[in-house]
Design a protein around this ligand. Structure first.
Ligand SMILES: [Zn+2]
Ligand SMILES: [Zn+2]
Length: 137
């Protein structure tokens, strides 16, 4: 894939990813729901060394071994990292400059979804994370 880029709401944080998309999908876990205050979160995952930032995201430990990055000015969520996937960074796909650069492949943590977000896109629905993708919490 060509280089893709994104930014937070206010533009203080910008990111660029130059490499293959490892996976892309929607996470319905409770942690992502609460962290983003949205019914689910959409991720596009890259190797960490494929991603560079303009501006320094603030971070917090959302659970042991896991870190979430956000803009300290506007509060927009930027990324998720976990020791479980030490090579990966999961960027919030909704922060893409071009939303069409995201092609979701599956739903994760389907068992934790809210009932009022009705999704019938035909994508696979994994009750939990798979070995490859979307293990938040
Ligand atoms: Zn911002
Ligand atoms: Zn999640």
């Amino acid at each position: 894939m060509a280089e893709v880029s994104g930014r937070c709401f206010c533009g203080a944080i910008r990111w660029r990813a130059n490499g293959s998309v490892l996976w892309a999908g929607h996470c319905h876990c409770e942690s992502c729901r609460r962290a983003s205050s949205a019914p689910f979160t959409s991720y596009i995952a890259f190797n960490r060394d494929a991603v560079t930032f303009d501006g320094e995201p603030e971070t917090y430990a959302s659970s042991p071994g896991a870190e979430r990055g956000f803009c300290g000015d506007c509060g927009a969520q930027i990324f998720y990292k976990s020791e479980r996937w030490p090579e990966e960074i999961h960027l919030f796909a909704a922060s893409l400059d071009n939303p069409d650069d995201f092609t979701p492949e599956a739903h994760f943590f389907w068992n934790e979804r809210v009932a009022w977000a009705d999704l019938n896109d035909g994508l696979p629905r994994h009750p939990a994370p798979t070995d490859q993708a979307a293990g938040c919490a």
